[in-house]
Design a protein around this ligand. Structure first.
Ligand SMILES: Cc1cc2nc3c(=O)[nH]c(=O)nc-3n(C[C@H](O)[C@H](O)[C@H](O)COP(=O)(O)OP(=O)(O)OC[C@H]3O[C@@H](n4cnc5c(N)ncnc54)[C@H](O)[C@@H]3O)c2cc1C
Length: 477
């Protein structure tokens, strides 16, 4: 495009925002063509508003030109939620990074949507507070993205996922109006539109200000690493810990392949010959955490744990968590591509589902690793591959479909935390009836009657008429 004569859409956006915050260069369009999933699309324009008024102005320009828009935070989503389909305007919140207000007495913070998850916890740590939902991507994902995907994280086993920590959301609706959903009252009156918006993946508008609950830092923490010579024993320990009446703050599992990859990357002392390790954290009052740590150790030993290592200090604890939270980075040393699945199965069926998942990988001749929030039954089978290899993508996709089918057959659901996006949308009929899907479609239409907000995501195309299609035109893998 001739930069001196921008398209009318681009010229209007430049007037509404600022010329340097509206981008159309091929490189930038390419960068914003995908999130962290394996599905790509194509953006028409990418823009970076600074305020609610600018988001509103950008949405109004989209409406004027009949263009769809895609809200985007940090682009760490793993379900193709921020992948642009239908040549939309991508509205990015990464310049809306102010923590607007912190009320330590009420334990509430108002933030802009581009604030990074970990930055909020760091900013309130001196008050003895933190923001409890902690996706493993917390150094880079935005709170707006967390709200839109209803993110989980290792410590959500005890503290609950994002929806339990969001009080109010200011939203620019798809018609360009601004509404406040929810409120700071303990029991806001009217319909729970805040609840409807959390997890709506950009299909109901753009969150521009969010009031989140802050949680006191626990007075004492114990972090344990248990290792096993069989995946089955580790999985049985997970159920055993919960059956013993304990809900740890976090209960994470890594299998042999990922443990070796992490150890080679982080050097945290993870046993490289273990078939699986559990990273377990208990928190609360000092006397309580020691008792809880003893229960974890006992249950682990009863299920064949080879060693039980208790982090001696904060530095050792931080190193163990660095290992867990760097797991996806560590696999970049093994192969250039990965496809991370996200499904939930009943904890009691973890052992059989994991066996099925390994079997699927073997049959498709694929390298599979597992690192996941085991306490929630939230499996993350990770297929590691090199997309340049002949036929590998077909095998990856076929194995992925079988993994989803196996999890659903075991009584599981499609996503524990990453959302549905494009990746899982055509699997929705596996767990929802036509009437269920119709009710969801009608709710979405109440927010977005013209279908301009993040089109093609979450609900299967044709879900209102039973005519399903696969990945839409314009998307590619
Ligand atoms: C290494 C790694 C580890 C991860 N670990 C976890 C984990 O432990 N738990 C977990 O839940 N997820 C995890 N994820 C996935 C991802 O980080 C989360 O889904 C996160 O919430 C996405 O935030 P984001 O800012 O990157 O959103 P994006 O990827 O930019 O967008 C995600 C979705 O939210 C919508 N959206 C973004 N901002 C807004 C807004 N302001 N208003 C309305 N809609 C919006 C987008 O349209 C899209 O549908 C991980 C990802 C990676 C790469």
């Amino acid at each position: 495009m001739n930069e001196k004569e921008p398209l009318p859409l681009v010229a209007d956006l430049q007037r509404a925002l600022a010329p340097d915050r509206v981008r159309v260069s091929p490189l930038e369009l390419e960068l914003y063509a995908r999130d962290a999933s394996i599905i790509a699309g194509r953006a028409e324009v990418v823009c970076f508003p600074l305020t609610t008024a600018e988001v509103q102005a950008a949405v109004r320009v989209c409406r004027k030109h009949g263009r769809p828009f895609v809200p985007r935070g940090s682009g760490t989503g793993l379900a193709g939620g921020a992948t642009p389909i239908g040549d939309p305007v991508v509205i990015v919140t990464t310049k809306m990074t102010r923590i607007l207000e912190v009320d330590a007495d009420e334990r509430v913070a108002w933030v802009e949507p581009g604030v990074l998850n970990l930055d909020l916890s760091r900013a309130v740590a001196h008050l003895g507070l933190h923001y409890a939902p902690d996706p493993s991507s917390q150094q880079s994902c935005s709170i707006g993205g967390n709200v839109a995907t209803n993110s989980g994280g290792p410590h959500c086993l005890l503290y609950g996922v994002t929806s339990a920590h969001v009080l109010a959301i200011e939203v620019v609706l798809p018609d360009g109006s601004v509404a406040m959903l929810g409120g700071l009252d303990p029991e806001p009156a009217g319909y729970d539109l805040r609840g409807a918006f959390v997890g709506s993946e950009g299909t109901m508008g753009i969150a521009t200000r969010i009031a989140v609950r802050l949680t006191p830092l626990p007075p004492a923490v114990r972090t344990l690493l248990l290792d096993f010579t069989s995946v089955d024993d580790a999985a049985a320990t997970v159920s055993g810990i919960i059956a013993a009446g304990l809900v740890p703050a976090a209960l994470e599992m890594m299998d042999a392949e990922i443990t070796r990859a992490v150890e080679a990357f982080v050097h945290a002392g993870f046993p490289e010959d273990a078939a699986a390790v559990l990273l377990v954290e208990v928190d609360g009052l000092a006397a309580g955490v020691d008792a809880a740590a003893s229960v974890v150790a006992e249950v682990g030993r009863a299920h064949g744990a080879r060693t039980v290592r208790v982090a001696a200090d904060e530095a050792e604890r931080a190193l163990l968590w660095k290992g867990r939270k760097s797991a996806f980075g560590a696999i970049a040393r093994i192969a250039p591509n990965y496809y991370l699945h996200d499904a939930v199965v009943p904890r009691t069926r973890l052992v059989e589902v994991m066996r099925a998942v390994y079997d699927i990988a073997r049959r498709h001749d694929l390298v599979m690793m597992n690192v996941f929030h085991a306490g929630d039954g939230n499996l993350h089978p990770l297929i590691v591959f090199d997309r340049r290899a002949d036929g590998v993508l077909e095998r990856v996709m076929a194995a992925g479909e079988e993994i989803i089918q196996a999890c659903v057959a075991a009584g599981g659901v499609l996503s524990g935390e990453h959302g549905i996006g494009l990746e899982k949308r055509d699997y929705m009929p596996l767990i929802f009836s036509a009437d269920d899907l119709d009710a969801q479609a009608r709710l979405r239409e109440a927010f977005d009657p013209d279908g301009v907000a993040n089109p093609e995501k979450v609900l299967p195309a044709g879900s209102r008429c039973g005519d399903l299609q696969k990945i839409p035109e314009g998307a590619w893998i």
